[in-house]
Write a new protein. Structure first.
Length: 257
């Protein structure tokens, strides 16, 4: 009997890394420095007073990096390799998420403790992963994994990239500060929270807009990137909320070891 091959977890990691790349695409330009305001100029109105756009974005990035937990919703549907989904994670390495790559390929991820990571793939994803196998092996794989979770230890090298994305500090490490030329826009609402839009023109027609909460902690609420190679939207929410990550029941798990 043929052994059922494991779907390539690196395919999931690659999609997550593409989404994470958007995090570093904002506030990293080299526009001319913000012009200093004359000492006798009146203080501008607004939730952040006389702070420049660059200073506000730096403040927001620092606050977001200090979060204990958050959820990021990913929408790269306008890019060449569309990805949609969400990832909830905290500063202890707990995470849970779902990603759909392309039109149908969906993968779910759970890391609830310091021992194992769990992945579950829909049938479209499984079939694509084993399409080059012989029919008997394809059916063996589908029978073994259809609707079930793959369990593997954190020490498995295949899990390296995914586990990095369960690390809140590492996920947000691409937030670059010190950019200049960021323009303050209008106040708006994101997910029911008041926000200020701050826009940075990029190269080749790319433009990134960061929406920062104007009430309470100035967290990043949304990043929208238009143009360029990786257009898309990242929406941040559920700051400080517990991550709902629970290991699946044993009957629903296939141990890849």
């Amino acid at each position: 009997m043929h052994a059922a091959p494991r779907p390539r977890r690196t395919a999931v990691a690659a999609a997550l890394l593409t989404a994470a790349a958007l995090l570093g695409a904002t506030a990293c330009g080299s526009s001319p420095a913000d012009s200093p305001k004359p000492a006798d100029a009146p203080k501008p109105a607004g939730p952040f007073g006389e702070l420049t756009g660059s200073q506000i974005v730096d403040k927001a990035f620092a606050a977001t990096k200090g979060a204990k937990s958050l959820t990021v919703d990913i929408d790269l549907s306008a890019s060449a390799d569309p990805v949609k989904g969400y990832l909830a994670l905290d500063d202890r390495g707990t995470c849970a998420g779902t990603l759909t790559m392309g039109a149908a390929d969906t993968a779910e991820l759970v890391k609830a403790d310091d021992k194992n990571v769990y992945l579950r793939f829909d049938e479209a994803f499984l079939r694509k992963q084993v399409k080059d196998e012989d029919p008997e092996t394809q059916e063996a794989t589908l029978d073994a994994l259809r609707g079930r979770w793959m369990k593997s230890p954190l020490t498995d090298p295949d899990n390296k990239d995914m586990l990095a994305l369960c690390d809140l500090k590492e996920l947000l490490s691409d937030f670059e500060t010190g950019a200049s030329g960021i323009v303050k826009g209008a106040e708006t609402t994101v997910g029911g929270q008041r926000a200020l839009a701050l826009t940075e023109p990029g190269e080749g027609g790319e433009k990134s807009t960061v929406y920062v909460a104007t009430q309470g902690t100035p967290y990043v609420l949304r990043i929208v990137t238009k143009g360029g190679d990786e257009p898309g939207t990242l929406t941040f929410s559920k700051y400080g909320k517990p991550v709902a990550a629970k290991a699946p029941a044993a009957k629903d798990v296939v141990d890849t070891d």
